[in-house]
Structures are given as C-alpha cells and as structure tokens.
Design a protein around this ligand. Structure first.
Ligand code: NAP
Length: 229
C-alpha cells in the first residue's frame, strides 16, 4: 500500500486528489494537509507536522505558488517522494529541487498539467511549430487561479519553436483550457485542449503516485511516464 499525504487537501484540486487516491487500488490517503480544513483525524495544518506524524511514502502537492517551494524541500529533506502539481515554481527553484533530489533518496515529479489530452496538445504543438514557427497561445482558466501565464502555457511555449506570445484569460465558468494557433501562408492550424472538470487530471496524478518511487531524481512533466515506459 502506498501511503499518501495530500497537501492542499481542502482546495479544488486537492479535494479531488483525496477522492481519486482513496478510490485507486494499492494506495491510501494517510494525511490531509490544509490550513482551511477543520482539525481532525489525519488532518494537519502544515506539511512538516504531518510528515513527522504519519511518515508518508508519497506527498501530492496542489497548494499555492507561494508555499510549494518550501513544501517541496520539506518532502525531499524528509525522504518523502513528491508529486507536485502546484504551478508557479521559478526555474531557479526547480534547479534547487533537482539538486536536492539528486543528492538524496527521495524522487520528485513536477507536472504543470496531469491531463493526458493536455500532454498530447503540448506534444502536437511542439511538432507543428517545427513547420509553422509563427504561433500564439491563448490559455483560459477559472478566475480563482493565482498565477498567469499558466504553467501549461509556459511549458508549451518552452517546447515550441519561434517563442510564441501567451495571452491569459481568467473568467468564472472556465476550468482549464488552451488554444495554440499557428499561422502560415494562407492557412492557420488551431490545437485546442479543454479540461471540463478536475477529474481530467486524476489518472495522471494516480499514475505518478504509483511510479514516482521508481524514477530517481527529478522528472519534469507526465510525458516520460506516458511515452517512454
Ligand atoms: P485552491 O483551491 O486555492 O487550493 C489550494 C489549497 O491549498 C487551499 O485550500 C490553500 O489554503 C491550501 N494551502 C495553502 N497553503 C498551504 C500549505 N502550506 N500546506 C497545505 N495547504 C496549503 O487551488 P487549486 O485550484 O486547487 O489549485 C492548486 C494549484 O494546482 C495551483 O497552483 C494550480 O495552478 C495548480 N493546478 C495544477 C494542475 C496540474 O495538472 N498540474 C491542474 C489544476 C491546477 P488557503 O486558501 O488558506 O491558502
């Protein structure tokens, strides 16, 4: 049984992760961490206290850009494998997380998007940009999202040729959506992905929890788990 800590368990994503891990075979939630949750059995206000109390195998983090970095260092320092979905980490912070993972026993996966369709969208956009290098990205999210541009848009742009401009839309009613529009001579190509509910991220999260113990160091994105194994 993989024993899982869920950080941000009271949030939109974290609550869905608690349900998905509970429903999945071979894993269980042993700690829910969130200052928003009322104190109770298996509920903690911070990750350090939770790790000391339950010694989880894997931590899944869907918290906030402001706390994900110290959380990540705390997981690794305690020897707990980490699956990080929280966006907003800087390149320098990712470098430090990589160094700590390489130096220690615990592994870490950082993915801006756990939806299989979104991973495919990024792959297709990267391929298309080799032939149509003029492109722009429009990412659209619910108005509770704290960071802009989205981590998915930044990763997509990083994979594409031609340094595409990113536009961000924040509106109620949306979940997570992205359009990549490529323009050529007398033609355009549009690649669009829509996460219509947060369940779209769960197969990727559950797969990552299952596999992270066997992937030393830092894994960036869900792609290596989907395409290279
Ligand atoms: P949310 O609803 O605001 O949930 C975040 C929760 O974390 C809140 O309840 C927050 O409490 C709590 N929190 C804050 N500090 C914490 C700490 N130190 N330890 C534990 N919990 C803490 O946000 P969300 O919509 O679920 O999104 C969470 C993150 O996931 C965002 O960065 C978002 O961009 C990202 N995301 C990633 C994916 C992906 O596939 N990778 C998909 C969707 C979203 P307070 O309200 O008190 O701060």
């Amino acid at each position: 049984m993989i024993r899982v800590l869920v950080a941000g368990a009271g949030g939109r994503m974290g609550a869905t992760v608690v349900e998905a891990v509970t429903a999945a075979d071979g894993m269980e939630v042993v700690a829910r961490v969130d200052p928003q949750l009322p104190a109770g059995d298996g509920v903690f206000g911070d990750v350090a206290t939770a790790i000391d109390a339950v010694h989880p195998d894997v931590a899944v983090d869907f918290t906030q850009p402001a706390v994900v970095f110290p959380n990540a260092l705390a997981y690794l320092a305690a020897g707990v494998h980490a699956v990080i979905g929280t966006t907003g980490l800087t390149a320098a912070q990712v470098d430090e997380i990589r160094a700590q993972a390489d130096a220690g026993e615990a592994n870490v996966l950082i993915a801006p998007n756990f939806a299989v369709g979104a991973v495919l969208m990024m792959r297709f956009a990267a391929e298309a940009s080799r032939h149509m290098p003029k492109a722009e990205i429009i990412e659209l999210h619910h108005d509770g999202k704290l960071d802009a541009p989205s981590g998915t848009a930044l990763r997509t742009a990083g994979l594409m040729q031609g340094d595409p401009v990113v536009h961000s839309v924040r509106l109620p009613g949306l979940v997570a959506h992205q359009e990549v529009i490529l323009g050529g001579l007398g033609e355009t190509l549009t690649i669009r992905h829509d996460s219509l509910s947060r369940e779209s991220f769960m197969p990727g999260v559950v797969l990552s929890v299952r596999r992270i113990g066997r992937r030393p160091g830092l894994t960036m994105g869900l792609e290596p788990l989907l395409f290279e194994e």
